[in-house]
Design a protein. Structure first.
Length: 421
């Protein structure tokens, strides 16, 4: 491993992470995170790993690290939440991939338990980087359509009429019923806020819900606790009782995470309220409709809204009305729960939103939108041929007319079917 050269390897690692599905600017504070979490040898391994999920044999070929040593390094990185291992039934073996910053490095690092001093140190590093705002600015692309997460309305939401629908993929209970493996771990945002003395709520830390392959990974590496279906349903029911915002993977099938978010801790909500970056989270498709006959203008819904989409305006000398900002509203239905006069029904939002079918589709579209799809297609960092093709294709895909065309309703399905094949 004599080719590892000082801090240069962390710049290469930063470039690798920036080349995944979320852009991550390399700043002094991000460099500090990488140097703390990865040894130089681990940074070199990640930098030379393929971008796509790969078998250990392929990783051995691309990195040149002997298999026994490589296996030990990958296992340690998986335990640390810096690499994911996923069981491939077709090949009857684990495949490995570097994790993006979100959902990945940030969450899994702060889901680690057992060393409060390290957790406090990591919280400080991650808090500094996220509050600088560079991450949100870098991902605030013009006309962004693909979000990492989507808001999930409460299961007991009262709808305006029969034309308003909540599909099963939008219901927390249906997501749980469709899964077989469940895990609950520490909420990374609340864990960070606790160490930074910014946690203003009394919400428990253990609220991060995961399902399926991600739950298996987190359980296997002791990053979360295995629970049964009933405990998961109880956790989500408690979240609704506490007025928390439910946000899950922005995909219709095989949702792997649901967050229980509060406005004092959650970086999803902070990215909207503090930095104006709404692209990380998309609406559930619902929109509150205020019954002006029943509404007393008390403002309870305004106080409850986590993203300030409702406002209380003076209507007459003695009364107030509630206005809804249709652009800001995420359809979380918390306002309806807060209303004691039954004056809020949920109608249909007219926002055009893309809900990818599954994780692969979301990953492809996110990479296309962020300008990193070429890394997924030509994924060997060590190959000069792949490097040339990445450069050429990347320049082509970054052309706005090309990107708009491939994301359009006309071409998107055909484009995705070709790539999936």
């Amino acid at each position: 491993m004599g080719h590892i050269v000082g801090k240069d390897i962390y710049k290469k690692l930063g470039k690798k992470i920036d080349g995944l599905s979320l852009r991550v600017p390399y700043t002094q504070s991000f460099s500090a995170i990488l140097q703390d979490l990865y040894s130089k040898e681990e940074a070199d391994l990640i930098a030379r790993m393929p971008y796509r999920p790969s078998s250990i044999d392929r990783i051995e070929r691309t990195t040149g690290i002997p298999k026994v040593r490589l296996q030990a390094m990958l296992e340690k990185l998986c335990d640390s939440g810096l690499v994911m291992d996923i069981w491939n039934n077709k090949k009857n073996q684990y495949i490995y991939m570097p994790v993006p910053f979100i959902i990945g490095i940030y969450e899994f690092t702060l889901m680690r338990t057992g060393n409060p001093e390290k957790s406090r140190h990591w919280s400080n590093l991650l808090h500094t980087y996220l509050n600088e705002g560079d991450l949100y600015i870098a991902n605030k692309t013009q006309g962004q359509q693909i979000a990492i997460m989507r808001t999930i309305p409460y299961d007991n939401s009262v709808l305006l009429n029969d034309y308003v629908q909540i599909f099963d993929y939008q219901r927390a209970r249906a997501i749980v019923e469709g899964a077989e493996i469940f895990a609950i771990g520490l909420c990374s945002c609340r864990h960070e806020a606790l160490h930074m003395q910014e946690k203003k709520c009394n919400i428990p830390l253990a609220t991060c819900c995961s399902f399926g392959r991600s739950a298996e990974y987190l359980i296997r590496h002791k990053l979360a606790r295995k629970v049964d279906k009933q405990e998961m349903l109880d956790s989500l029911a408690r979240a609704q009782e506490l007025g928390l915002m439910l946000n899950g993977d922005n995909e219709k099938r095989n949702v792997e995470y649901i967050c229980q978010c509060c406005s004092c801790c959650c970086h999803l909500i902070k990215s909207i309220n503090k930095f104006g970056y709404q692209g990380i989270l998309v609406t559930s498709g619902l929109l509150p409709v205020i019954n002006k006959e029943l509404c007393k203008g008390c403002g309870k819904c305004v106080e409850a809204c986590p993203v300030h989409a409702l406002s209380r305006q003076k209507f007459t000398d003695r009364s107030f009305s509630i206005n809804v900002d249709k652009e800001s509203c995420l359809g979380c239905t918390i306002c309806q729960r807060a209303c004691t006069k039954n004056a809020i029904l949920m109608g249909q939002s007219d926002k055009k939103v893309i809900y990818p079918e599954d994780g692969l589709e979301k990953y492809i579209l996110s990479c296309l939108e962020k300008g990193t799809l070429q890394n997924l297609l030509f994924d060997d960092p060590q190959s000069l041929t792949h490097e040339f093709l990445r450069t050429f294709l990347g320049a082509f895909l970054r052309l706005q007319p090309v990107k708009r065309a491939l994301l359009s309703n006309t071409f998107r399905s055909r484009f995705l079917s070709i790539l999936k094949a």
